[in-house]
Every structure is written in structure tokens, then in C-alpha cells.
Design a protein around this ligand. Structure first.
Ligand SMILES: [Zn+2]
Length: 72
């Protein structure tokens, strides 16, 4: 199994069980039975109460798309 290169995985410990792997948040120990980078990012940004603002900003900025407003 090849992990995605996204470094959101660095914020989680991977627990391997039979055929499956769980991701455990290093900050609040929240477990994801079916780890997925999108959900994990969402956890860090919106749900995790223990990770630092610095980290939230780091991952938040990565995900944001530039919104360009077209003015008439
Ligand atoms: Zn967490």
C-alpha cells in the first residue's frame, strides 16, 4: 500500500490492524477507521480542538482556492 504523499498524514499515527489501517490524530487521539486525506484535513481544520492555529493555517491555506471576483 502506498500512502499519498500529502503530508496531512504526518499529523496522524497510523495503526495497522488486520488488513486495515487506522489513522489516529496526534493531537487529540481521534481515530479514523477509514483514513482519507480529505477527511483528515477536515478534522484538523474544523474538528480538532488541540492542534495549533499555526498548523490549521498551514493546511487551510493549501486547500483554499483563489476566488477571483469578476467585476463588470
Ligand atoms: Zn485531532
Amino acid at each position: 500500500m502506498v500512502l499519498p504523499s500529502s503530508d496531512i498524514w504526518q499529523l496522524f499515527d497510523i495503526e495497522k490492524t488486520d488488513k486495515k489501517s487506522k489513522a489516529v490524530c496526534k493531537f487529540c487521539c481521534f481515530k479514523y477507521a477509514f483514513p482519507n486525506a480529505t477527511r483528515m484535513t477536515n478534522h484538523i481544520l474544523n474538528q480538532c480542538s488541540k492542534c495549533t492555529l499555526e498548523i490549521k493555517q498551514k493546511y487551510g491555506n493549501q486547500k483554499k482556492k483563489k476566488v477571483t471576483k469578476i467585476s463588470c
